[in-house]
Each structure stands twice: as C-alpha cells, then as structure tokens.
Design a protein around this ligand. Structure first.
Ligand SMILES: *Cc1c(COP(=O)(O)O)cnc(C)c1O
Length: 523
C-alpha cells in the first residue's frame, strides 16, 4: 500500500492541484495549509471491501433461497473505516461557515442564534421519539405543544386561525393562496390576477403562478414602498388579491398597509402578507389589525429554529375569519369563547370546518420545529419578543448609519429602516461591483450579505444583522465593510480577485453551475 497522508493525497497523484487555488502546490505537498485541511471526494478515499463494521461469516452466509438476489458485481460504495468516515465529514464541516462561527448577515434570511435551550427541549424523549402514526391518545402532550404554539401565533398576529402543517415559508404561501382560491370558488368567482410588488421575494410570484394565477407587478414609489395609487388603479373584478411582504424586502415598513387592505377588500380581493420578516414587528404590530387575510410565519426565521443546512423549515399560516373556513386540515382556530381548538378530519363536519381545501402535509407538520419555537417564545415571554423586534431594528439601523455615506443607501434618507439595511453599488468605480465586495467579505471572515436582491436597486446588498449580534460584533463587521468599501472606491485590483484566503479562490460562477469541478485535483 502506498503512503496516504491524512488528506488522502498519495505521491503518485503528483503535486496537489486545487481548482481555484493554483498556488497551493507551492505551499505544501499535501495541499493543506496549517490546519486548513484539504479533502478529496469520499470515493477517492475509500477502497472496496473496507468497512466500519465487522459482519461475521454466519450473518454473511445467505440462505440458498435468497442467493439469487445476490449482487453480481460489488456495489459502488466507497468503503471506509469508521475513523476515516468521521474525519471526512468533520473536515468538510470545517470548510463551512455557520451561525455558530460568526455573523451571517444574509438579508431576508434572519440567520440568528439558535438558543441551546430549544435544542435541549426538542431532544426530550417525549417530544423527540413521537411517531406520526402513534394513536392520538398517546400523544396528548404533542397536541398540547401544537395548540399552545398555535395560540401564541394567533395572538401575536391578531388573526382567527392557523394552519400549522406547512413545512416552509414557500409552502405556507401556497397554503394561503390556495385558501384565497377556495374562497373565491365558494363565491362562484373566477378571478385570475394576483398583484405582486416589484420588490417581492421570488417565491411570491412563483407560488401564485403555481396555484394558477397570472402575475402582474405593482410598481414601487421612490421611497421603496408599494405605490398605493397604482395599486388602486389596477384593482377590479379580475383581481384575486395581492401578495405583499411587510416589512418589505427593502427593509421598510409598508406604512399604508391598512389602506392597501381596505382598497383590496373593497374591490373583492384578498390580501396575502409574506410574513418572513415578522421578527421586525413581533409584539409591536398585529397584521390582523391591518386587514391581512393570510400570512405565513417562518418559525425558522422569527422564532429561531435552525435553518440553512441546520434543519427543516416550518411555515404556519395564520388566516383571517374570512379565509379560516377554507384552511387545510388539521386546522386550529378560535372558538366563540376565544379558546383555540385543533380540528382534525374526523371532527371537521361537527365543528363546521367542512369547507377545507384539503391537506398540505400527511401529518401535523414539523414537530421538532414546533417544540423549538414554543420554547423560544416561552423563554422570551411577551415582553422579550417585543424586545427581539426592537433590538433587531436597532442593530440594523446601527449598520445603516455606520455605513451610509460610505456606501450608497438608496432609502437611507427617508428615515430609519426596519430589521435590515439596504445598500447599492451605485458609486463604485467602473469595473467594481457588489460581487467584489461580497467576495472580499469572505477574506475578512464573514459570510457575505444577500446580494443582488431585491431587484429594485442597483447591485443590492441587503444586510440583516439580527438582534443576536453584540455591538462589538457589529463594530468588527462595520470595520471590515468600511475597509472593503474603501478598497472598492480606490479600484484596488486585489479586490477583483478576492477571496484570497478561503479554501477556494473566486469561481467562475457560470462554469461552476454548468460544469462543476467535483474533484480536488480539478478533474
Ligand atoms: C425566506 C423567505 C421566503 C421563503 O421562505 P422559505 O421558508 O425559505 O420557503 C419568502 N419570502 C421572504 C421575504 C423570505 O425572506
């Protein structure tokens, strides 16, 4: 057997050649740099026949009746010992950036700290080991968690009912839009148009189109908000409703939301609110008071359940009294005495919930996320949740005011932002753009912000610090941003080729998508 170093490099492979990291060969024979370890594909590491477990011969011997099912050829599995497997995945995990490593300022995504208390509660056997096919009588505690969380969501949003089962924000959008469709059908109306602002998250028009609506854009004002006059002018008997994000994706509160809802209702339509940014207003504003008919809540954003590789999403949808009868089963709604009540299929008729459009999921939704979200809510309490919103907005405005004047802030002059600060590359010199600054941020040790979204500003940089960053942490980020902005302004050529210190140099993004290089030697 030839010498294999820890990274799987063998002398016959020749000098290590790393796609996007050509000079590494001059540094070390292994390709590793200090404790930044290179890692080949698992298939390059493994050898057939190698395994992490010893299966004894009697267990391996097959009964003659089963022998015909035996493979003719070896399965194309990598074949690794247990320590090789553990090291492979641990090395790969070290090339990741994570919220547990540092700030993750992705605008719109709300990458905030996931409190460990949530994890502890979610791992309690009574929650973690529940099986979806268990008899209902044996899972009363799990039902209680769903009901209690439903109660909080209904109360915080001022709405009538909630469908807990949608499994992500986009799934929740589909749920809400299907409720609108069912309500229109019940009225015997065939309204085909869904109005969506220019700044909308891509999932909004995609959802409406998927549900069979045609999409029309509503323009924005120079202030970055929905143009109410243009919206009113477009309303009519063919308009099913509007989908509006509030606070919107420019990081601004739609101050005319009530007037928007009144106008849409007067024209016979419904209002879908994309609630992905609810963390900016939780405890301060109840969307139900503004006239919203349906809104999804991303538990994985507002209520801190892990996401972005760390876990599944969960997108409960709160509904107004007008849309609640059409909500999917199981469905939770207020009863006459104000208590919330979970309605299952078997009691749909007796409870008057027989106009439901159907189901969004086989079971009740993401139980592990419900447990985490409820833990988060109960550990913060009502006053704590209000402070979450206040601190998220404070932190974003600290970033906005520390960087405006250095970067172009398109809506900076119109007042404070909500939970995220928006900048553009408007005043960068020829040849420099948002992409260069984002790549430079990787060298500085930060995950880049959201780039080129929303589409309404040139070279958008959307920064959402969240309330869980300290002032010292924000100051470090701001120092890096100022340095990068200065390098862009001075047309520093080294910024065009950043990152220089990451495991990989700047990739050709088109090639990387179309012809991905999956092998550490560039093959
Ligand atoms: C995150 C987000 C969504 C989609 O939510 P998912 O849970 O990722 O499906 C929709 N709209 C906005 C504004 C978002 O930020």
């Amino acid at each position: 057997m030839s010498a294999v170093n820890a990274a799987g490099w063998r002398p016959e492979m020749g000098p290590a050649q790393h796609p996007g990291h050509e000079n590494a060969a001059h540094l070390t024979a292994s390709g590793d740099k200090g404790l930044m370890l290179e890692e080949p594909l698992i298939f390059e590491l493994g050898k057939p026949g190698s395994t992490g477990v010893d299966i004894d011969a009697t267990a391996r011997a097959m009964s003659p009746a089963l022998a015909k099912f035996r493979r003719k050829e070896q399965a194309a599995l990598p074949g690794l010992t247990e320590p090789e497997t553990v090291r492979h995945y641990t090395r790969l995990s070290r090339q990741n950036y994570a919220i547990d490593l540092g700030p993750f300022p992705l605008g719109s995504c709300t990458m905030k700290h996931n409190p460990r208390l949530n994890e502890k509660v979610a791992r309690m056997a009574g929650f973690a080991d529940v099986h979806p096919l268990q008899p209902q009588q044996t899972v009363r505690g799990a039902y209680e968690v769903i009901n209690e969380l439903a109660h909080w969501l209904i109360t915080l949003t001022g709405m009538h009912g909630v469908a807990m089962s949608p499994k992500a924000g986009a799934h929740g959008e589909l749920c809400g839009v299907l409720c609108i469709k069912a309500a229109l059908e019940a009225r015997g109306e065939d309204r085909k148009v869904m109005l969506v602002p220019e700044s909308a998250h891509g999932t909004n028009p995609a959802t409406a189109a998927f549900a069979g609506f045609s999409i029309e854009n509503i323009p924005a004002t120079a202030e970055g908000r929905v143009d109410l006059a243009a919206l009113k002018a477009r309303l009519g008997p063919d308009v099913a409703g509007v989908m509006i994000t509030n606070p919107n994706t420019c990081g601004l509160f739609e101050r005319e939301m009530k007037a928007i809802c009144d106008a849409v209702h007067a024209a016979g339509g419904y209002v879908y609110c994309d609630g992905a940014n609810f963390n900016a207003i939780v405890g301060k504003v109840r969307p139900g008071d503004l006239g919203v008919d349906a809104m999804h809540i991303n538990l994985h954003k507002t209520f801190s359940t892990p996401h972005g590789g760390g876990g599944p999403g969960s997108g409960p949808v709160v509904l107004s009294e007008a849309l609640s009868p059409f909500g999917p089963l199981p469905f939770t709604s207020r009863t006459a005495d104000g208590v919330v009540h979970l309605v299952e299929e078997e009691d749909a008729v007796t409870t008057g919930h027989d106009r439901s459009f159907g189901r969004m999921a086989a079971f009740h939704g993401q139980m592990g996320m419900f447990t985490r979200a409820l833990t988060y809510i109960l550990s913060h309490g009502a006053d704590g949740l209000r402070q979450v919103a206040e601190d998220a907005v404070l932190n974003a405005n600290y970033v906005l005011r520390s960087l405006d004047g250095i970067l172009d802030a398109p809506f900076g002059a119109t007042g404070p932002c909500m939970h995220e600060a928006l900048f553009s590359d408007e005043n960068f010199p020829e040849g420099f753009s948002t992409l260069d600054l984002a790549k430079g941020l990787i060298d500085e040790g930060f995950h880049p912000m959201t780039v080129y979204f929303p589409l309404v500003v040139h070279g958008a940089m959307l920064i959402e610090p969240t309330e869980t960053e300290s002032k010292a942490g924000l100051d470090r980020f701001i120092t890096s941003m100022r340095s990068l902005a200065a390098r862009a302004k001075n047309a520093d050529p080294s910024l065009k080729t950043a990152p220089h210190f990451a495991p990989r140099r700047r990739l050709d993004e088109t090639q990387a998508a179309r012809k991905p290089v999956l092998n550490w030697r560039g093959e």
